[in-house]
Each structure stands twice: as C-alpha cells, then as structure tokens.
Design a protein. Structure first.
Length: 279
C-alpha cells in the first residue's frame, strides 16, 4: 500500500493513507465501514471540487464499497475507485479459507489458503460464538498475532490448555481440521446477517461510479473469483486479473516472458485507470 502511494505521489497525485485503528487491527465490521465513510467525507471537504479516487486493498476494498453507500457520502461520490484483491461475499470467502476450492467457468482448482485467512476470521468472530469452552485466552493470542507481536503471541500460546493449543496451532497454520470446520460453521450461523451486511454483494446495483478491479490470480487469501463476481454485478467496472501477483506479493512461479506480458497488461490497465480519471 505504501509503495503504491509513493508511486502515485511521484506522478503528481496527492495521496492520503488513513490511520483507521480498527482496520489496522484487521477488524472487518460496520464500525470500520463507518470510519472509512467518515474519513472519505473529510477528504472531500478538504479537497472540494477536486477529483478524488479512493482505493481499497484486500478486505479494505469491499469495506470501501460499502462505505460509499452511506448517507453521509452519497452526495459526493467519486468518479471511480480502485480495488485490489478484495471480496464480493464474506461467506464465500470463508468457504475458500476452509477448502481452498475455486470454481471458475466450470473449472475447479485448489489453492492452499493463506495462513492469515483463518487468523483474521477467528480474530473477528471467535468471541461471538459458544465454542463449548472459554476462548478468552485464544482471543488474546489472536489479538497479539494481528498486531504482529509474535513473541508475546507465542508466550500466550504456550500458556493455553493442551486442547486449545492444538486448535490455535490449526488456526495459525490454516489446517482445515474438523474442529476448525465446526467452529467456523458456528460463526457463519451466528454472524449470518452481519456477514451479509458487510459484504458488497448486496449493494452492487447501487454503484453508479466506475470500479477498477485488480486481483492476483494466485491470491491465497481472497480468491480471484470474488473480483470476477464483483465485475459481473457492477455495471461500470473494469477487471484485471494478474498472473504475477498473489495477495501481497509477486508470485515466484512465472517465466520471464510471462512476466513481461503481464506487465504490459498491467500497464494498459493503469493507463485506462489514469486516463479515465483525468478526462
């Protein structure tokens, strides 16, 4: 995100990166959506009559789309937005984290889900379900882990009862065991309405601005099919699937020729993005 901001700033674009406490703690909730909406309204007021292009990366992209449906920003919506690696539905994203299964155009493939997927999921929703035991110590481990306090997190992990330690090991290593699936099913049941409410899937018909969607074909956190679903539901959208990228970094499995071709396609996508917003 910082590298993208620096590149845009060097090309003469004024860039803001908001400090949203709940988003830095990977909290996917309506509270975070409201914070994004509020921040966007402040930027608009400070840059009145200027072309403002919001961008959202990972889960922040879906939250951004939801934030732009709030009443407080509906009178000054952007000409376009940019998202990278975001989601269409949290429910279907959770399914991927459990199975690694992707279906596109009738073809089925499997990608091992990113370890961070279950960490984010359990960090957000473990506290709200009846797991059959006290989960407060596990929640503390997860809070420390999302803050990247690895040493403190491991110290708390060692203090857990053996059965909870095994569950935490499965969460941290994205092991789709029976107990993980059972707990996740409880989360989906308990949080069904909230998962729907914070997914952009139910507001696509409200979007009248252009949405530029970019997604890594090798993304192991949010499958690229989520952006495909968004592109099909949003009338004014442009999709670029990159074989170069995973969720946060460049894939190492591409040949030099493929990298060159991918960079050309990426250049065309960003040229379209820049031209659209300058016109």
């Amino acid at each position: 995100m910082i590298n993208l901001a620096l590149a845009l700033a060097k090309s003469g674009i004024k860039v803001y990166i908001p400090q949203l406490p709940k988003l830095t703690e990977l909290e996917i909730s309506n509270h975070t959506i409201n914070l994004i909406s509020h921040f966007y309204s402040l930027i608009v007021k400070e840059n009145y009559k200027k072309n403002i292009v919001p961008a959202g990366i990972s889960f922040g992209g879906g939250l951004l789309i939801k934030a732009l449906t709030k009443t407080m920003v509906k009178n000054f919506l952007p000409k376009s937005i940019l998202t990278y690696g975001t989601y269409f539905s949290l429910a279907s994203s959770i399914e991927f984290l459990l199975s690694g299964r992707i279906i596109s155009n009738g073809n089925e493939e499997f990608i091992k889900p990113n370890d961070w997927g279950l960490i984010v999921l359990f960090h957000n929703f473990l506290s709200g379900i009846d797991a059959g035991f006290d989960t407060s110590q596990m929640e503390k481990v997860l809070r420390l882990r999302v803050k990247n306090k690895i040493v403190e997190s491991n110290n708390e992990l060692r203090r857990l009862p053996e059965d909870q330690k095994k569950i935490m090991f499965d969460i941290l290593n994205s092991n789709q065991t029976e107990i993980i699936k059972k707990l996740t099913e409880k989360m989906k049941t308990v949080y069904q309405e909230e998962l729907e409410d914070i997914s952009p899937s139910n507001v696509c018909n409200e979007i009248n601005y252009k949405v530029f969607l970019m997604h890594g074909a090798n993304d192991s956190m949010v499958p690229y099919t989520e952006s495909i679903k968004l592109s099909k539901k949003i009338k004014k959208s442009q999709l670029f699937l990159s074989g170069l990228y995973e969720h946060r970094e460049i894939s190492k499995s591409n040949s030099l020729i493929k990298k060159i071709c991918e960079l050309k396609h990426m250049s065309n996508f960003f040229t379209d993005f820049m031209d659209y917003n300058e016109s």
